[in-house]
Design a protein around this ligand. Structure first.
Ligand code: OGA
Ligand code: MN
Length: 381
């Protein structure tokens, strides 16, 4: 069966799109046997152990942001993708709830910007969390309609806010970047050999079980020598990592809760996409990763505060069917400024990246919605 994925791409013609559609397919479901699982990875001809700078982050600094000591991280590189680093869930047991809560309760708040702000009034989008608690804590058997605001969240931007129309960042569209997420990103980048990383912009993607993210390259940042960090929480996903051309056959891999990807060096500007969310057994989400005594593994000087029982009930319910992805970017190189007249990124063929770049509402597309929201399926060439 694994041959099936290979046979889809034999002719090399837009191999990425073919594999994207292959993994997105519902009926019949695809064969997943070619999908790399780093949580089970043993070094092979494709996967290699990657090197980290153990001295860059002390154990205390790591624990402060909820991470294990760097020497205990399981880190992989991929043959053929120099600069791509996969860190298989380096979070301390019990520290993910804090980050999930930040992504669901804190970061969607103003002055940060979210998709709901595009078509709702400021008073309607005030307190997305508070307005969603009842709907998310009521019994699952109760018929709930309409969806809560939290369930309608698709993206949030932090720091330099990405402009979906011009595909640029600008000096005058900026709000303070959250200090906790900056510190987490700074430590991870340092361990990966990028000391002094400045988290200046982030895009959070919120995926329901039928969402996908179209084929794209992240090239709007002005300095591409700096890494892009990507965090996953909640449900698992299939991530496709391609090459510099759409004809390059991508590699499929799972991203599980807590996993971190670093795209740097020659892998910073590669095509990538998320064709599918993979459900995780309920027991794993509630018990294995999260329900340990949050405080017990955490240090006195930690940034992580213990989250309330009610907050965790809401987060738990949400991530039992959803996935949150956070991508953190440094936009400007050291000493760099924005140009007087912003120019959209060039040099990349965006032929069929509409689902990502077409407009804010369409970034993460979903199956059931109107055809315009599901542009990956509808944009055919
Ligand atoms: C992005 C992105 C991938 C993911 O936000 O640019 O590629 O894993 N996200 O959701
Ligand atoms: Mn991306």
């Amino acid at each position: 069966m694994a041959k099936m994925a290979a046979s889809m791409v034999e002719n090399g013609e837009d191999a990425f799109r073919k594999l994207f559609k292959f993994y997105k397919r519902r009926n019949p479901p695809p064969d997943f046997s070619d999908v790399l699982d780093f949580s089970k990875a043993v070094p092979s001809d494709k996967v290699a152990q990657a090197k980290l700078d153990f001295a860059a982050v002390s154990d205390v600094e790591a624990a402060r942001v909820g991470l294990k000591p760097v020497r205990d991280w399981e880190v992989f590189g991929l043959q053929g993708y120099p600069g791509f680093i996969f860190i298989s869930n380096p979070f301390l047991l019990g520290s993910q709830p804090f980050w999930v809560r930040q992504c669901l309760k804190t970061y969607p708040q103003r002055p940060n910007i979210c998709n709901l702000d595009m078509h709702m009034s400021p008073s309607e989008t005030e307190d997305i969390w508070g307005k969603s608690i009842h709907g998310l804590t009521s019994s699952p058997s109760e018929k709930r309609k309409p969806l809560t605001l939290l369930e309608r969240l698709r993206w949030v931007t932090l720091g330099y806010h990405y402009n979906w129309d011009t595909k640029t960042y600008s000096a005058n569209h900026h709000t303070p970047f959250p200090a906790d997420l900056h510190l987490l990103s700074y430590q991870i980048a340092a361990a990966c050999g990028f000391p002094g990383f400045k988290a200046e912009a982030a895009i959070l993607n919120y995926y329901r079980s039928d969402s996908s993210l179209g084929i794209h390259v992240d090239n709007s940042e002005l300095d591409h020598s700096l890494p892009l960090l990507s965090f996953s929480f909640g449900q698992s996903a299939i991530f496709l990592l391609g090459g510099t051309h759409r004809q390059d056959t991508p590699t499929a891999m799972y991203m599980h809760s807590g996993d971190i990807m670093v795209m740097s060096g020659q892998s910073r500007l590669l095509y990538h996409a998320v064709p599918r969310i993979i459900p995780v057994p309920k027991e794993l989400i509630t018990l294995d990763k999260y329900s340990g005594n949050v405080a017990s593994t955490l240090q006195a000087n930690t940034l992580m505060e213990q989250i309330s029982k009610q907050d965790w009930t809401v987060c738990c319910r949400y991530i039992q069917s959803s996935r949150v992805n956070v991508t953190v970017r440094q936009v400007l190189g050291p000493g760099q400024c924005f140009p007087e007249t912003p120019t959209p990124p060039k040099g990349t063929d965006f032929g069929e990246t509409a689902s990502y770049h077409e407009g804010p509402a369409n970034r993460v597309s979903q199956k059931r919605k109107s055809p315009r929201c599901d542009s990956v399926d509808t944009v055919e060439t």
